[in-house]
Design a protein around this ligand. Structure first.
Ligand SMILES: [Zn+2]
Length: 137
């Protein structure tokens, strides 16, 4: 078993920590550094948490790098505030990034838009509208 921080992440354990829901493909596989696009779109359209895979509640949280927070565009799908805090506290979680950032930033919002890529094959992005709170974790 893992001695990592226990989180709400619902996927199989990879590199010592359970994969977030959004990083697991249809075959039940994935990596911490890549968000599965199909899952990201599913999270958005079905309003489900990118970490635990359960129905979202308000406010919705986005967690990402300081640059993502600055740009207002996140690679990782929306999640529960509690789930966002849990994964951010786990040093093994990367939430679709090649490396864990020095600091995660959590943004809570009442709503968001899914930004589809201009080019086929590029990742989708999430843009929170009306930022309620911004917090460096
Ligand atoms: Zn959740």
């Amino acid at each position: 078993m893992s001695d990592g921080v226990v989180t709400a992440a619902s996927g199989p354990v990879v590199e010592g920590s359970a994969l977030p829901f959004a990083c697991v493909d249809d075959e039940g596989r994935g990596t911490h550094e890549k968000v599965v696009k199909k899952q990201a779109i599913r999270c958005s359209l079905s309003r489900i948490c990118g970490v635990c895979g359960e129905t979202l509640t308000r406010p919705v949280a986005f967690v990402g790098t300081p640059d993502e927070a600055l740009d207002g565009e996140f690679a990782f799908p929306p999640c529960h505030v509690a789930c966002a805090r849990q994964v951010a506290a786990d040093p093994r979680q990367r939430l679709g990034h090649a490396e864990q950032p020095h600091r995660w930033v959590l943004v809570s919002t009442a709503g968001f838009d899914l930004v589809r890529p201009a080019r086929r094959g590029d990742p989708v992005w999430f843009r929170p509208n009306s930022v309620l709170e911004r917090e460096t974790l």
